[in-house]
Design a protein around this ligand. Structure first.
Ligand code: GDP
Ligand code: IMO
Ligand code: MG
Length: 433
């Protein structure tokens, strides 16, 4: 049985968590393959009595909320151990069974000195800052590439752990003290802190790549869930205003150890409008009342840092780019309900860069910074759509919006979100078969 990938098609917060949760009953494994606790996924589950339970997940795969799923933290993830156990404890207190969680022995650990470095680097950059989440993500991936990272497997051998932390700090303390004028990290303190998690972590640690290979051989369905999104990908995003991991479909292979030949579907999650947190270019960004309306009605405040998200109209040049880079086979368009009430819905179809029309993402980053959206204006609708469960239930103009977007982004829209709840979704085509 094949593996299925879920990726964000814009700048994050498209509703990947909800989409993963939605597929929970149809899959046996959910793998987080990139990023760390910079992600924030809100999943809303309706009880039988109509009550709504809200879960905010950062480090754990969203599949952890589905009773029959094995959640996996893959080798491509960076783990803050304090956050991992706080999140597990929080879920256990709410009655969620977290005992099936598996963690790759090759995933990297975020040591406390990298959280410090993330924050002081941003301060140092001043107005050139990236607007990171301050969770130590960038410095930890940098250590991985520099070959001075600390991996999960290192925790279980005190001597090795000591040597690795010592080697990393020999270099990093110079930076902390001499460049940033902050306190040096102490090798013993770091080792003691990391070792304090080892016993609790040990039973979860395994060769997750091998486990997933065997699961696929047994016809199980494996869902690979991206954190962040296409335009935040370190290679394909709006560099340098990106995260430090591979958030696109290619990253699903390197970050999990599943080969490309096993992947049969790539599901792109596309919000019906656009949001972005942190710095960086955003051609369709709104600074007027419409932007404020999208932020308020859409509840666009970060799950991780609480920052207000920048809001704008849908950009189908970005959508088309996401289709190409990820090989998207199916889209889930989320938050269509938030567009209810606008008379006209501008959809960006191309850019004007100093008088030249660009139908595709400009290859040059400076051109993207200067891109002015060229809009097509679609008619809006006024009816509440949150109760719609089939495509035909939607008002005609909402149907037209989806059909036009489908045409512009170049892949079919297989599901449409009309509310935050698990059941507030319109299914057009099956996502796993
Ligand atoms: P993720 O990071 O991609 O998992 O997305 P986030 O959880 O950060 O942000 C998406 C937000 O939109 C969450 O609060 C979801 O509960 C909510 N959401 C997801 N799909 C829909 C939808 O179709 N309609 C509405 N109104 N909210 C949605
Ligand atoms: P989910 O998975 C939105 C952004 C940060 C910043 C940049 C780099 O919820 O979609 P980092 O801390 O990763 O080094 O910050 O990336 N960013 C996100 N924006 N959603 C996310 O995750 C994000 N994860 C990182 O705001 O601009
Ligand atoms: Mg999010």
């Amino acid at each position: 049985m094949p593996a299925v990938v879920i990726v964000g098609a814009q700048w994050g917060d498209e509703g990947k968590g909800k989409a993963t949760d939605l597929l929970g009953s149809a899959v046996q494994y959910v793998v987080k393959f990139n990023g760390g606790n910079n992600a924030g996924h809100t999943v809303v589950i309706e009880g039988r009595d109509g009550t709504r339970e809200k879960y905010a997940l950062h480090l754990l795969p969203s599949g952890i909320l589905s009773p029959n799923v094995v959640p996996v933290i893959g080798n491509g993830v960076v783990i803050d151990l304090e956050v991992l156990f706080a999140e597990l404890d929080g879920l256990q207190e709410r009655g969620v069974d977290t005992s099936r969680l598996l963690v790759s022995a090759s995933a990297h650990i975020i040591p406390s000195y990298n959280r410090t470095l993330d924050k002081v680097t941003e301060r140092f950059l001043g107005k050139r800052k990236i607007g990171t989440t301050g969770r130590g993500i960038g410095p930890t991936y940098a250590d991985k590439m520099n070959r001075i990272g600390i991996r999960v497997q290192d925790l279980f051998d005190e001597k090795i752990l000591y040597q690795k932390v010592e080697a990393a700090l020999a270099f990093k303390n110079q930076v902390l003290v001499k460049i940033y004028n902050t306190r040096a990290a102490d090798v013993d303190e770091v080792v003691t802190e990391l070792r304090s998690y080892a016993d609790r972590l040990a039973p979860m640690v395994t060769d997750t790549s091998l486990e997933l290979e065997r699961a696929l051989d047994e016809d199980k369905v494996v869902l690979l869930e991206a954190g962040q999104a296409t335009l935040l990908d370190v290679d394909h995003g709006t560099y340098p205003f990106v995260t430090s991991s591979s958030a696109t479909a290619g990253g699903a292979c390197t970050g999990s150890g599943i080969p490309p030949t096993r992947i049969s579907r790539v599901i792109g999650i596309l919000k019906a409008y656009t949001t972005r947190v942190g710095e960086g270019p955003f051609p369709t960004e709104l600074f007027d009342d419409d932007g404020e309306t999208l932020r308020k009605v859409g509840g666009e405040y970060g799950t991780t840092t609480g920052r207000p998200r920048r809001c704008g109209w849908l950009d189908t040049v970005v959508g088309r780019y996401a289709t190409r880079i990820n090989g998207v086979t199916d889209f889930v368009v989320t938050k269509l309900d938030i567009l209810t009430g606008f008379e006209k819905l501008p959809v960006c179809v191309a850019y004007d860069v100093e008088g030249v029309r660009h139908d595709e993402m400009p290859v040059n980053q400076s051109d993207f910074h200067h891109a002015k959206p060229i809009y097509e204006y679609l008619d809006g609708w006024g009816e509440d759509i949150s109760g719609c469960r089939t495509f035909e239930d939607l008002p005609e103009n909402a149907q037209r919006y989806i059909l036009r977007v489908e045409e512009l982004i170049g892949a079919r829209v297989s599901a449409i979100g009309v509310g935050p709840g698990r059941h507030e979704i319109i299914a057009r085509h099956s996502l796993v078969d």
